[in-house]
Each structure stands twice: as C-alpha cells, then as structure tokens.
Design a protein around this ligand. Structure first.
Ligand SMILES: [Zn+2]
Length: 311
C-alpha cells in the first residue's frame, strides 16, 4: 500500500520506500562528486549507510548515535574498521521528516552531497521513491523525565511533552543573525514549509580559514548562506526566511536526533547548540533507562496513549 507523506504524524506501522532512487552531487568539505542511492529495506533494518570503498566493497554503518565520530563541522558516522561517512545531518533530517524507518543509503564516497545546503534535494528524491507501509509496528522513544547537558553557555535538553516539539535558540554577536528562536510542534507540513529549505551558513572569514586547511573545498554561494566581513549576507538571492539561520539549526537538530534510532515523543530544547551538543544530549538520554520508554502506537494510530514494550 502506498502512503502519502505524513511526516511526524504518529503512525503505527513502519515505513520504507517503494523503489531505489539515486542522487549525485559534491561534498561540501571534500568537493568530491558522489552518488547516493536510497534503497528499500526490510522491517527493523533502521537507516543504514553502505559506504563503498575504492575497491567497490561495501561497508555498513548504522545511522545511530553510537557510531558518531567527529562533530566539528558536521556529523560524521564511523565504524570500527575506520570507514566513515560525513555531513549526514541534512539527508537524515529529510528521512526523519518523511517518517521513514527502514532504508539503506548506498554511497560511493566519504561525504553526503551538499546540494543547496538544505534538505530540499533529498526530500524530492524520497518523494520520487514513494513511501510504502510495512507489516511491523513503528516504535517511538517517549521522554519520561528531564535530561539536560551543558557546555559553557550552550545547553540542550529533553522534556516530556505530548507530541514532538522543537524549541531551538541561537545567539550570535553578528547583527545579521543576532538572537533567533524557532518553536513549534513538528509535522510534515511544518518540516517541509518552515524547515526543509533552510540552508547551512557560514562566515566568509571562516570559509577562507577552512580552505587554507583543505576543508570546505566545495563550499560556495550555491550551497551555503555566507556572511561577509561587512556583516551582510553575500548571496545575491538573500534569505529564504527572515530567520533562516535558526531554522537551519532546527533542521540539523532533526537530523542529528534521528540518530536515536527511533522518533521521539517529547520536547527538545537547545540554546546555542550544534552537532556535538546534539550527540551529547542523545547519549545522555539513552544512557539513563529511567528517562525514556520505547512505545508503540495503538492500532488506530489516533491516540497518544501507548503501550510500553520495553525499558
Ligand atoms: Zn546543517
């Protein structure tokens, strides 16, 4: 049975895609061209990257916080053999925003293509692949109590909430960004309309510094919002949303938090957060078995009342 895309709406059955679809583009840090294929997967597979090495051998890496390696400029997954795939957050946000549980992402390089710096190209590919409902029940992580991590002035936390909510706050000295906050219950409509088009951003002075050490080699005005030394957005088209910066931070959080391995029921809040803090709060949550429970929705999928299946 084919489904329309219902995003974060609580759904009681697991979902994969109906057919294989591929996209090709360049990585923002390596600048290297890669092809990423979305492949249907069986119940309880989860989201798994299949990273091809130079000999064409495939190495599976589960999209789970336990595999998170570096979080300096993007979120990178690494396996025990040292294979890795980086800049996974924007495609993971598109997958979470489409409520897909099981899929293989085959990639013939070490970095997910950046496209326009948002989730738009991935959403278009997943729309083309079409969603298909599977026979097993979908599981959620329901937040039972407050979990919080801090780093300097930055913090992130989960609190219990009947729904899936994001409250993301940033505070930059640069006046063009300044203080911005996104608050909202997340569903497919909100994700597509309010979040999915928000692009990654950076400062011209940082891009020049990164270029000097061989990073951000694929970075350009086509895939990033760039703030110049005069504190204005350099991109000729300007902003897609007046507060595009905090919306992109929300997009990153949606991608990073999907590495819990199941969607959460609760409210995620952060102040001056980022990839590292997102991985840290997820690890703190999952390390405390009294902070959450794994639940399934009742058959009609209409009620928040849930059945605990394990702790
Ligand atoms: Zn991002």
């Amino acid at each position: 049975m084919r489904l329309i895309n219902t995003g974060f709406v609580l759904r009681n059955l697991q979902t994969t895609i109906a057919k294989r679809v591929s996209v090709s583009g360049a990585g923002v840090h390596s600048g290297a061209p890669v092809t990423l294929s979305f492949i249907p997967a069986a119940v309880d597979t989860g989201i798994v990257f299949h990273v091809m090495d130079s000999e064409g051998v495939t190495h599976p890496i589960k999209a789970h916080v336990s595999q998170v390696g570096a979080t300096d400029l993007s979120t990178k997954l690494t396996n025990s053999a040292g294979m890795s795939v980086s800049t996974i957050e924007h495609v993971m946000a598109a997958i979470a925003g489409s409520a897909i549980d099981n899929m293989v992402l085959e990639i013939n390089g070490p970095e997910v293509p950046i496209f326009d710096g948002s989730s738009t190209a991935f959403l278009a590919a997943l729309d083309e692949a079409e969603l298909v409902q599977q026979s097993a029940k979908r599981r959620y992580i329901r937040i039972l109590k407050h979990s919080r991590v801090e780093s300097g002035t930055s913090w992130a936390e989960f609190i219990p909430y009947d729904g899936t909510r994001y409250e993301v706050e940033i505070d930059f000295e640069t006046p063009v960004i300044g203080h911005q906050k996104f608050s909202g219950d997340m569903n497919d409509t909100v994700f597509r309309r309010e979040i999915s088009r928000a692009r990654t951003f950076g400062f011209m002075r940082d891009v020049e510094r990164l270029w000097a050490v061989g990073l951000a080699l694929g970075s350009s005005l086509d895939n990033s919002l760039v703030i110049g030394d005069d504190n204005t957005v350099i991109n000729p088209g300007g902003l897609r949303y007046p507060d595009e910066f905090v919306r992109h931070k929300t997009l990153d959080a949606i991608g990073d938090l999907s590495l819990a391995g199941a969607p959460f029921i609760g409210c995620y809040r952060s102040y001056r957060g980022g990839h590292r803090l997102n991985a840290t709060i997820l690890r703190a949550l999952l390390a405390d078995s009294s902070a959450f429970e794994i639940v399934e929705m009742p058959q009609d999928g209409s009620s928040m009342t849930s059945v605990a299946v394990s702790h």
